[in-house]
Write a protein that binds this ligand. Structure first.
Ligand SMILES: NC(=O)c1ccc[n+]([C@@H]2O[C@H](COP(=O)([O-])OP(=O)(O)OC[C@H]3O[C@@H](n4cnc5c(N)ncnc54)[C@H](O)[C@@H]3O)[C@@H](O)[C@H]2O)c1
Length: 243
């Protein structure tokens, strides 16, 4: 896939040390973009790629996210694309038994982390009159599929809602805001939740998606090829949600 307009674009990806965020960072860099990866990992896996800069950042902390955006704007002078990808799973348990700390942790990363990314990303983009923000939600944010996953589903439903609000409010500045709802994608997060990958039996395409396939959708959405796409949520799930 070649998306020429991504060349020299300044891209920030949160949660880019692992899984699909890592595939996105590598994918953007392969298109010639300059990429800043923010992740909470203190000792990240090296990228061995001069186009990718790493900055340690906990997205549940507003000052960290502000600093992350600042790394991109001070180093490269602008921010063209922000992917709010960092996320964590909640415990699988009945809603009435959820520990308060788990509620705070999941909402802190998935909801507040996305909100802070939007806030500081939009601040950087408004004056430019252009920009793209992609929020990684989940099919579970569109339909709470698993009993016991209420807080994760709620956090991702909030990501969907924030996507629509931001697209509505900031379209006038030429900024597109889009949600992506992955189905099962082969990452450490999925393997921790479903070691046997039994979920594959519920996917009409009869396979788990790869981080690369998810990244391809994000790259296309970030490119000018998707210039009239905003305010929506794209499922990348092998028809999982349709079944
Ligand atoms: N894998 C799936 O099947 C699947 C399905 C639907 C949605 N998602 C969503 O996709 C996104 C990426 O998930 P993944 O599967 O690649 O997971 P992953 O666990 O492989 O990667 C997540 C990355 O986010 C980072 N991270 C976690 N908390 C952070 C924080 N507070 N600040 C900064 N970085 C933090 C982790 O260190 C890790 O590098 C998440 O938002 C997840 O909820 C995943």
């Amino acid at each position: 896939m070649q998306l020429d307009d991504l060349k020299d674009k300044v891209v920030v990806v949160t949660g880019g040390n692992s899984g699909m965020g890592r595939a996105m960072a590598v994918g953007f860099a392969a298109q010639g973009a300059r990429v800043v990866v923010g992740d909470r990992a203190v000792e990240p896996e090296p990228f061995n790629n001069a186009a990718i800069v790493y900055h340690q950042c906990d997205v549940s902390k507003p000052q960290d996210v502000q600093e992350l955006v600042g790394v991109a704007t001070s180093r490269f002078g602008r921010l063209d694309v922000l992917v709010n990808n960092a996320g964590i799973n909640g415990p699988l348990m009945p809603l009435a038994e959820l520990p308060d700390e788990a509620i705070d942790a999941v909402l802190g990363v998935n909801l507040k982390g996305t909100l802070y990314g939007l806030k500081y990303g939009l601040q950087a983009m408004v004056g430019q009159g252009a920009g793209v923000i992609i929020n990684i939600a989940s099919v579970q944010g569109l339909r709470p599929i698993y009993a016991g996953a209420s807080i994760y589903s709620a956090s991702k439903a909030a990501v969907v809602s924030l996507t629509r609000s931001a697209a509505h409010e900031y379209g006038q500045y030429g900024i597109r805001v889009i949600g992506v709802a992955p189905g099962p994608i082969d990452t450490p997060m999925l393997r921790a939740a479903d070691a046997t990958m039994s979920i594959v039996n519920s996917v009409p395409l009869h396979r788990i998606g790869t981080p690369q396939e998810l990244a391809n959708a994000v790259l296309w959405l970030a490119s000018d090829a998707a210039s009239y796409v905003s305010g929506c949520v794209l499922t990348v799930d092998g028809a999982f949600l349709a079944a």
